[in-house]
Design a protein around this ligand. Structure first.
Ligand SMILES: Cc1cc2nc3c(=O)[nH]c(=O)nc-3n(C[C@H](O)[C@H](O)[C@H](O)COP(=O)(O)O)c2cc1C
Length: 546
């Protein structure tokens, strides 16, 4: 095993929460000294973006129907809508003396470690250049310009790069924070893919670019611009294109985005300081970040879809669901959902060559194990959804031999859902999710088993990718829950091995990376809500279609 793979495995073990002790983290928290949740750059030109999301009529159901949404032109207006739906603020919340922003993308502890950068070329109204997106003000901050030779006409091109500021998350969660940063990246991949689909755009991870080369493209490797402040870790670059996006092979995308970065001039901006008095240091986070930063192996492409085409009937505007997505903080413990809705949500988790799974364009590596608590027409108990056939065989080998592997009669034939055992799992779900009531009071909750050993042995970088896939699964559940009139919540706090033990898992062939819960939410009257961008209206119209 390589040194990097060993380090990843050691980090994963060490950051497990256990029933008798939590992973190493801060002993005290000074809530008033929370790091600034917004990165900004001093001394940059700022380009205000329009707020077009509310004007977008694309239905949620149409997002899964690749090709049915007429592509918009790549313009400053459509980029404004894309960023608003993917990463923008959706409200300000207030309770007593506390005021905080919530965004279209969820984040562990609402700490938002993810930063977004745009690499743009040929977009009308925007200099060719590199930009940072500041969600607080819905503006672009111009970091650099790419000079263009002569009057050459170029096709508009856009890439979006994501980075993580680990300290934002480590401030509260200590060593486990690297995992949460990666799960958050997965959620942003989901929120970007859904937002792009609503505009008729494709969005695909550029597979050949990671680590130091990506940091150079995004300007996060410039020591002077980050002198004395928290650094950022470059995670992923996504190519965004109007239409289906199959016109450019990936290597060309890499070459072009890197070539642009190489010619960057007129650099501007110094990153702001987020936490003037950090109380702790968690050096293992830098180590696991370094061990996973360079992608070593080419992707394993998405297996040909063997499931029937997904049909989502929701006619609700996608933007409404996205802007109103929230995490439930409490659930109605008496409410039952119906089995058809559960099956529809689980069907959305099957990887197909369509949004949002096409952003990864790789075979699935995670498999939900579901605690069914309150679903009319389905027995209470433990179920599993292997997302490809080889995994079903491996899970049958690895999970407890006492499990029955019975297909529920009411489930659609194509859905690879198996009942493992009938039982009231409310208490056990709650206990394994760090005693959080949301895991037991919901209609169902689940843990996501990753193909761990094989992925890490193949390429330690996959540790990030497994978390991205888990975050993406969570994001699908968030929006599907909203579409069904329900609500979800991501659960990053769970007792890893207590969950594995429950399933009879020994060894690390499969490891749970993320939990999730869905039910009917109960509100909290003490929290008031105000608009995300007061004084700014959804006035600017969207650009015409291409
Ligand atoms: C990776 C991840 C882990 C999370 N873990 C928990 C958790 O363990 N318990 C919980 O109550 N909420 C959890 N949440 C929900 C966040 O607290 C929530 O997303 C955040 O407060 C922002 O609120 P919003 O989702 O309504 O925008 C998690 C969210 C994410 C994305």
């Amino acid at each position: 095993m390589t040194q990097h793979a060993e380090l990843v495995r050691a980090y994963h073990q060490r950051t497990k929460h256990r029933l008798d002790r939590y992973a190493p983290g801060p002993e005290t928290l000074d809530w008033d000294a929370q790091p600034n949740p917004f990165r900004s750059y001093e001394g940059c030109r700022r380009i205000p973006l329009s707020l077009g999301a509310e004007l977008l009529e694309t239905s949620f159901g149409a997002l899964y129907d690749d090709g049915s949404v007429e592509p918009r032109a790549l313009s400053l207006a459509s980029i404004g809508t894309l960023l608003q739906l993917a990463l923008g603020l959706s409200a300000w919340k207030e309770s007593g003396p506390d005021r905080w922003a919530v965004r279209c993308n969820p984040s562990s502890g609402n700490l938002h470690p993810t930063e977004a950068y745009l690499v743009a070329r040929g977009v009308p109204g925007l200099d060719d250049g590199l930009y940072h997106y500041l969600s607080r003000d819905h503006v672009l901050e111009q970091r650099a310009r790419f000079p263009r030779g002569g009057n050459e006409e170029v096709q508009p091109r856009l890439w979006i790069g994501l980075t993580s500021i680990h300290w934002r998350e480590a401030w509260k969660y200590g060593e486990r924070a690297f995992r949460y940063c990666q799960l958050d990246i997965g959620h942003v991949l989901g929120s970007l893919r859904y937002a792009a689909a609503a505009l008729g755009f494709s969005a695909t991870i550029v597979p050949g670019l990671s680590g130091s080369r990506l940091a150079a493209v995004l300007g996060t490797d410039r020591p002077g611009d980050f002198a004395g402040v928290e650094r950022e870790d470059a995670d992923v670059l996504i190519a965004v294109e109007p239409g289906r996006g199959s016109r450019f092979v990936d290597e060309i995308r890499v070459d072009l985005s890197e070539a642009l970065a190489a010619t960057a001039v007129d650099w501007a901006g110094h990153a702001n300081l987020l936490d003037p008095r950090p109380l702790y240091r968690w050096p293992i986070i830098d180590s696991v970040s370094a061990a996973t930063s360079e992608r070593g192996k080419p992707p394993v492409s998405l297996a040909a879809p063997s499931y029937p085409r997904r049909i989502q009937h929701s006619s609700e505007p996608a933007a409404n669901l996205i802007l109103n997505r929230r995490s439930a903080q409490r659930f109605d413990p008496k409410f039952s959902m119906d089995a058809a809705t559960l099956f529809q949500m689980l069907d959305a988790l099957l990887a197909r060559d369509m949004p949002p799974w096409d952003i990864l364009s790789e075979a699935p590596h995670l498999h939900p194990v579901i605690f069914v608590h309150r679903v009319d027409g389905l027995d209470r108990g433990l179920y599993v959804l292997p997302r490809h056939q080889k995994a079903e065989a491996a899970l049958r080998e690895s999970l407890s031999p006492g499990f029955s592997w019975r297909k529920p009669e009411a489930a659609p034939a194509h859905l690879p859902l198996f009942g493992l055992t009938s039982a009231d799992c409310r208490w056990v779900a709650r206990t394994t999710s760090c005693h959080q009531a949301i895991a037991g009071d919901s209609c169902f909750s689940l843990g996501m088993l990753a193909e761990f050993d094989a992925s890490i042995a193949r390429d330690p970088w996959c540790y990030r990718q497994l978390h991205w896939e888990a975050g993406l699964l969570g994001h699908v559940l968030y929006l599907e829950a909203e579409a069904a009139g329900l609500r979800g919540t991501g659960i990053g706090c769970f007792f890893d091995d207590a969950f594995h033990d429950l399933l009879g898992l020994s060894g690390t062939a499969f490891q749970s990376l993320y939990h999730f819960t869905v039910g009917r939410p109960l509100g909290d009257d003490r929290i008031s809500t105000s608009p995300p961008y007061p004084g700014r209206s959804a006035g600017d119209s969207l650009e015409p279609m291409t």
